[in-house]
Design a binder for this molecule. Structure first.
Ligand SMILES: [Fe+2]
Length: 535
């Protein structure tokens, strides 16, 4: 402020000097001290300062009057907000030869001889003209100061507007990426890059905490904390954990801002961190991680603007992480239901143990060959696992009969697609697999069951499961018979293409023949519905 005021005073002093033909002195109205002195006689007289300071009105006034000599004071407001009073002495009439100059000499702080010399060089002013000119100059300077002040405010506002705009863009960018399918690590990496552009920080970091314990999850879930950073991060993951411990942060603690004074204390373990903001990435009481900005880019201090932006981002990422975890837990629950149902089929028909799992994996491989999207692969995997769930409702004696079935017994077996459909129909999460459960025994030529659908009338899902099912049934060993050799299986599938099975699916089978044989031979210890983990 002082520098600004001093910088503004010099041109102002020049304006007054040119207008009145004499230099002015400038007194601070706050302190009464001289802000800017000149070589004019009496210009540093403390009495002028005191008299100037006492000016309460904003109009120029004469503060000293000694017959031929006047001291005028002009109160001025600078654009910096500082107030000064300009003072100078003026002659109002010529001095007669031999006139006593004792009083003016005191006012000017000169000897009478020097006073006479000074006076002989002065312009003679009419007090009214002097006052009118002072009023005009004061009005002009006030208007200029006001204009400068407004200019500065506009500059500040437009800077704030630009910052706010950047923040809004950043928040908008984050919301655009809050899809439930968006991985929180991916989202955090985006956020870190954006924040590095937006905040005056040398580095930003996110520590994401584990959301599950090792071995307890089938879906992909973080089991160890990780540190993501942008810029030059001064600490590693372990140190970040220690930092949070030292700061004793928790979910609801709000942003923590620390600047030089706070980090220069004894016991601060992170000498590389001079300025810091940390906010939680949390939803309710649950902390998913921490977001931090390290070290101000210009060596300045972090303030509430930066802290509140980080806090908003932390809150958004926290809600997203919470939703992701809820979604994952729902999927885990669904996986456990599927696991229980699959175990129930295996328990019912132990001879075909593992059949559902193999059909599921082969179906996914076929679907991949056919160019299906990840959602379809996931559905097919569940469909493969559950396609024979209706067998739970078939008489054990029929289901486990080793020899040839009678027509009546075969009619019972043929009920399993519809039984399966009824078992799963009320579970919303299984809606997408129902077509496969109901139609996996339909045939391309319409000779299947239960509805004798033909060609593409049968849902594609079911046509894919049908090929996987037939392949596994033919190639697997049973207690009462050996599995067919691969040449025989291939021959049957090839000749059944366009009759029993969708020719496209059979073609996909032969395109992936090697993979499928290897996959079927492989035992799988853990059932996971997270197809993306193993496709
Ligand atoms: Fe079946």
């Amino acid at each position: 402020m002082e520098t600004d005021a001093a910088g503004e005073l010099a041109p102002l002093a020049e304006t007054l000097r040119r207008t009145f033909g004499t230099p002015f002195s400038y007194w601070s109205r706050d302190t009464g001290e001289l802000s800017h002195a000149t070589f004019q006689p009496g210009s540093n007289d403390p009495l002028r300062g005191q008299l100037s300071r006492a000016l309460v009105g904003s109009d120029p006034q004469f503060i000293q009057d000694e017959d031929s000599l006047l001291v005028m004071a002009i109160p001025l407001s600078l654009s910096t907000g500082e107030e000064v009073v300009a003072t100078a002495a003026f002659m109002t009439r010529p001095v007669a030869a031999g006139e006593c100059l004792a009083a003016p000499a005191v006012m000017l702080g000169l000897s009478e001889e020097k006073t006479a010399i000074w006076m002989s060089r002065q312009t003679i002013w009419s007090p009214e003209a002097l006052h009118r000119l002072a009023m005009a100059v004061q009005a002009q300077i006030t208007a200029e100061a006001r204009s400068k002040k407004l200019e500065r405010e506009v500059e500040k506002l437009s800077h704030n507007l630009a910052t706010t705009y950047e923040e809004i863009c950043l928040l908008h960018g984050v919301t655009q990426n809050l899809r439930i399918s968006a991985d929180d690590e991916y989202l955090c990496r985006l956020v870190l890059d954006w924040l590095l552009d937006c905040l005056p920080a040398k580095s930003l970091a996110v520590q994401l905490l584990p959301v599950a314990r090792e071995g307890e999850n089938t879906y992909k879930a973080r089991t160890e904390s990780i540190l993501l950073s942008s810029g030059c991060c001064p600490i590693n993951n372990q140190q970040f954990t220690e930092l949070i411990e030292q700061l004793q942060l928790n979910a609801g603690c709000g942003p923590r801002v620390m600047n030089d004074r706070a980090t220069a204390v004894d016991g601060w373990k992170f000498p590389e961190i001079k300025q810091l903001i940390v906010v939680s990435i949390a939803e309710g009481d649950r902390v998913f991680g921490w977001l931090a900005a390290f070290n101000h880019r210009d060596g300045g201090e972090f303030g509430t603007v930066e802290a509140s932006l980080l806090n908003s981002i932390g809150a958004m990422v926290g809600i997203h992480a919470g939703n992701r975890d809820l979604y994952r837990e729902q999927n885990e629950f669904l996986a456990s239901v599927v696991r229980a149902l699959t175990s129930a089929i295996d328990a019912k028909d132990p001879y075909t143990c593992g059949h559902s799992d193999r059909v599921a994996r082969v179906s996914v491989r076929l679907a991949k060959e056919l160019g299906c999207d990840p959602a379809m692969l996931h559905t097919l995997y569940m469909a493969g696992l559950l396609h024979d769930i209706g067998k739970i409702g078939i008489d054990d004696a029929v289901l486990r009969k080793p020899g040839k079935l009678t027509d009546e017994e075969f009619d019972q077996i043929k009920q399993h697609p519809e039984l399966g459909y009824r078992i799963l129909a009320d579970i919303r999460q299984f809606a997408s697999v129902l077509p496969a459960v109901l139609h996996h025994h339909e045939q391309w030529d319409g000779r299947g069951y239960p509805f004798k659908l033909t060609g593409e009338q049968t849902p594609r899902l079911a046509r894919i499961v049908a090929v996987a099912d037939a392949y596994d049934a033919m190639s697997s060993d049973r207690p009462y018979r050996k599995g067919m050799d691969s040449a025989k299986v291939d021959e049957i599938l090839r000749s059944g293409a366009g009759k029993q099975w969708d020719p496209d699916v059979v073609a996909a089978f032969f395109a992936a023949r090697g993979d499928i044989a290897a996959m079927s031979a492989q035992e799988r210890a853990n059932l996971t519905l997270d197809v993306q983990q193993w496709v």
